[in-house]
Design a protein around this ligand. Structure first.
Ligand code: ASP
Length: 354
């Protein structure tokens, strides 16, 4: 009985499908509108003095910033996600010895490297962060794995590295991150703490190695908005030279160093992390935009030029709002930064007066 009913229903079902599909094909195709795309990156803020930077060094910074931002922008142009764009960009900056993230990060008090990173997606408010990892080549990719494959938001130290192994990450020796320039910077601070000064040879080497910036500079970050209007923000750092006792800064603290919300904006910060945590910098900027209805630039300036300045907190932020406007704000002498805005206009800058 059931079998014969099925047989009877089958031709009428086929007819119904044919009618429905002809209706669908005759309807005008409404293309969903693509959002404008944009990307902004930073490579740290601090006392970057023009007179201390050679033309050659300036050019090399420009090159690496331009190369990193173009690779993220290409992903957005091809219809890729803002998450993929910032991961690609930040990974390139982590691999460059110029920045305080991944290879070339600053030394802690014990002469080791401990890295922090975080990422946040503005459509879902999903976030992932890692802190004090010492053997993961690209901490930003581990932060993404935390976001995508763990029920947690932040993993630290050995636990984070166990998770990395489970996720198939290859670990690298801590030595991979170490550079002579950063070692000399620690040596100088340790000597000063003891009231001593560096040997002549060491201090000459140090001058040659980092004439162009200050000791802790070079955290990296990126914010992007893709064709679907989704904002993602990420930040990666080695923290502060000579940090002790498992110190963790603002970078992996969601709402301090990184935040993204499609209703307002995405932010990545760089600066003296303790102040950025206390001022909840990244979230505060997004919240001011949303609650006060002010522009991204105004919200950034209120937090960076007023709130942080009153607290003596130095540093800066980059961001993109939900309409793909790009903005920067920093209260230090300089910030390594680059952007490609919604009109495709490119900027690469270092100093305040660039
Ligand atoms: N914010 C980082 C930290 O405090 C350092 C920096 O951005 O320069 O760990």
């Amino acid at each position: 009985m059931r079998f014969s009913l099925k047989l009877m229903l089958r031709p009428s079902l086929v007819c119904l499908m044919l009618v429905l599909s002809s209706i669908c094909f005759s309807l005008p195709v409404t293309q969903s509108k693509e959002s404008p795309i944009a990307i902004v990156i930073h490579g740290g803020a601090g006392t970057i003095k023009r007179e201390l930077m050679s033309d050659e060094m300036e050019e090399r910074y420009h090159e690496v910033l331009a190369m990193a931002i173009e690779s993220g922008y290409q992903i957005l142009k091809d219809g890729g996600s803002s998450t993929d764009a910032i991961i690609t960009t930040i990974t390139l900056l982590e691999d460059s010895p110029f920045f305080n993230a991944g290879h070339g990060a600053v030394f802690n008090h014990d002469g080791d490297i401990e890295l922090d990173a975080s990422i946040m997606q503005g459509d879902s408010l999903n976030a992932g962060a890692v802190a004090a990892v010492s053997r993961v080549k690209n901490p930003i990719t581990l932060a993404l794995a935390v976001l995508e494959h763990s029920p947690h938001v932040m993993l630290v130290g050995e636990g984070a590295e166990m998770f990395a192994c489970q996720q198939g990450f290859d670990l690298v020796p801590n030595q991979y991150f170490k550079t002579e320039r950063r070692r000399l910077q620690l040596e100088e601070i340790l000597a000063k703490e003891k009231g001593a000064s560096l040997s002549k040879t060491a201090s000459n080497a140090l001058l040659a190695a980092y004439r162009f910036d200050e000791k802790k500079l070079g955290t990296v970050g990126a914010v992007a908005i893709d064709k679907r209007g989704n904002i993602a923000a990420g930040t990666s750092t080695g923290g502060m030279t000579n940090k002790r006792f498992g110190r963790v800064g603002d970078v992996p603290v969601i709402g301090a160093g990184t935040y993204a919300d499609n209703n307002s904006c995405g932010i990545s910060a760089t600066g003296h992390g303790e102040y950025f945590i206390r001022a909840a910098v990244a979230h505060d900027i997004c919240a001011r935009m949303e609650y006060k209805g002010i522009s991204l630039q105004q919200a950034q300036d209120e937090v960076v030029q007023e709130k942080l300045v009153k607290m003596n907190g130095s540093g800066g932020v980059i961001g993109i709002d939900k309409d793909a406007n790009v903005a920067f704000s920093f209260n230090s002498l300089g910030m390594y930064r680059a952007s490609i805005d919604k009109d495709g206009v490119r900027q690469v800058k270092i100093f305040k007066d660039d």
